[in-house]
Design a protein around this ligand. Structure first.
Ligand SMILES: Nc1ncnc2c1ncn2[C@@H]1O[C@H](COP(=O)(O)OP(=O)(O)OP(=O)(O)O)[C@@H](O)[C@H]1O
Ligand SMILES: [Mg+2]
Length: 457
């Protein structure tokens, strides 16, 4: 393999996993890595800052790590990794728009047409490779590129154990920016050997269920529309992983959490069917809100599980280091205020750089918590609440101490059943925190949400 073949190979991979070809800087980084150049030299040749080139390089190695199912790809070992893969006949370019990477087979044309069987003389797979490892077909074109990623070791272990334990439905829940998508991207290389097919679809444009099902089965079965098999039957005969991101788009605003929009109710039955019927595949849902019917399907010995994603811990300090913020001794205060939400912390770090030249203490010296660009993100969550939910959350924002149900009920005109429904719904949206005080559950909201609501009044 020479550098041009390596570039062609990585370009196929990039196209298959991200839907985009490599750009000129990415190619320059790969050429530089092949020739053992330093980032500094690559940056000079390309008229870019070294920091920027490093960032692009880092994302590229992440992308390769995910696509190859190897967490360790780096600039230093990129060439050796590809040469090893080729030496063991694990990688081959077969010249018909398909690449084979050991147990991964990807069709770079992005079409869901059946993979053609390549001519014998071009098939460089050796007996051992093709017999011992079934090929995994991946379609991650709808997923974003993997980015810098810190920690989440215990969440990744939990998810991996659930998958190994044949859980059929996994729901990952959390506020916008908490890291659901990033975590799931990180999970794929860890578990992909378990599956025959992996497909990622975002529901950001709220597709009707029928068109989503057709799209899924076309990729999974690699069949034309006229001969598509039944999805459930297919999921029985093949172990598939289906990841559906941005599920909240099929839920209604101004309704309790997890209420389907008119015309999307059939999704509920679909999720239920995939969870209850016997098959070996797995569905992962990523959502701001928990679908209602899922609660009943979950439990220790049940086929459904959900993971409530909370903020990151001290490792988020890396975000501040990367952004060049000063005063590291103040960083933990920031992480606590913004509850370790990596998106919020990224936005806040940029704001501190822009407004205060990186001085965290100057930022913290203001009495109010500055929201800036966070406001529009929070608005998307607040906008979805019912009138009763808004009433409760506004009252919670006005009290400093966590409150129990009876305190909330004493202050608001809501019947006990309605109040319980509202609290459950706010919990399903990850908008209230629950703490135990004297053996009783008390509810509160996090500082950023409190600030947002207080500003709105
Ligand atoms: N563990 C992590 N380490 C570093 N950065 C992270 C981590 N998790 C997430 N991020 C970053 O935080 C941002 C938000 O993450 P992500 O898009 O995964 O959130 P999300 O929960 O999927 O949000 P949404 O519900 O809006 O889709 C991204 O820029 C992502 O790269
Ligand atoms: Mg996401």
């Amino acid at each position: 393999m020479d550098v041009e073949e390596a570039l062609e190979f990585v370009d196929h991979l990039a196209l298959t996993t991200t839907g985009k070809h490599l750009d000129s800087l990415q190619k320059a980084i790969l050429r530089g890595a092949w020739d053992n150049q330093k980032y500094k030299e690559i940056a000079q040749h390309h008229n870019r800052s070294e920091k920027y080139v490093k960032e692009v390089g880092f994302k590229l190695w992440k992308l390769l790590s995910v696509a190859l199912g190897d967490e360790q790809v780096s600039k230093a070992n990129f060439r050796a990794k590809l040469e090893n893969l080729q030496a063991s006949n694990i990688v081959s370019l077969v010249g018909n728009g398909c690449i084979h990477i050991g147990n991964i087979s990807a069709d770079s044309s992005q079409s869901s047409k059946k993979l053609q069987s390549e001519p014998q003389e071009k098939n460089k797979f050796n007996e051992k490779t093709s017999n011992s490892k079934p090929k995994v077909h991946l379609d991650l074109a709808d997923a974003p590129e993997p980015n810098l990623f810190y920690n989440r070791t215990s969440e990744l272990t939990t998810l991996e154990n659930w998958i190994l334990g044949r859980t059929r439905l996994i729901t990952i829940l959390g506020l916008s920016g908490i890291g659901k998508t990033a975590l799931t991207l990180q999970l794929i290389p860890q578990i992909q050997h378990e599956f025959d097919r992996i497909i990622w679809r975002s529901l950001r444009n709220a597709p009707p269920l029928a068109s989503l099902q057709t799209d899924l089965i076309k990729f999974l079965s690699q069949q034309q529309e006229t001969e598509l098999p039944d999805l459930i039957n297919y999921l029985r005969s093949h172990r598939c992983l289906i990841i559906l991101d941005d599920i909240q788009t099929i839920f209604s605003s101004q309704q309790l959490a997890g209420t389907y929009q008119p015309g999307y109710e059939n999704y509920g039955a679909f999720f239920k069917q995939l969870t209850e019927s016997s098959h070996n595949s797995c569905l992962i849902l990523l959502s701001w809100e928990k679908p209602r019917e899922i609660a009943a399907l979950e439990g220790d010995n049940r086929p459904g599980k959900s993971l409530q994603l909370n903020g990151l811990g001290p490792e988020t300090q890396e975000i501040f280091r990367e952004k060049g913020l000063g005063e590291p001794e103040k960083w933990s205060e920031l992480i606590d205020l913004y509850r370790g939400n990596p998106l919020w912390l990224n936005i806040v770090a940029t704001m501190i750089q822009d407004l205060f030249g990186g001085s965290v203490s100057e930022f913290l010296s203001y009495d109010t918590l500055f929201l800036g660009d966070l406001e529009s993100l929070l608005h998307q969550h607040f906008d979805r609440l019912t009138a009763s939910e808004q009433q409760v959350i506004s009252w919670l924002a006005s009290t400093i101490e966590p409150a129990d149900i009876s305190q909330i009920a004493d202050n608001l005109q809501l019947s006990p059943p309605e109040l319980l429904k509202v609290m459950q719904s706010l919990g399903r949206r990850s908008l209230v925190e629950t703490v135990k005080q004297n053996g009783r559950s008390h509810f509160s909201i996090e500082p950023v949400i409190r600030e947002y609501i207080t500003n709105k009044k």
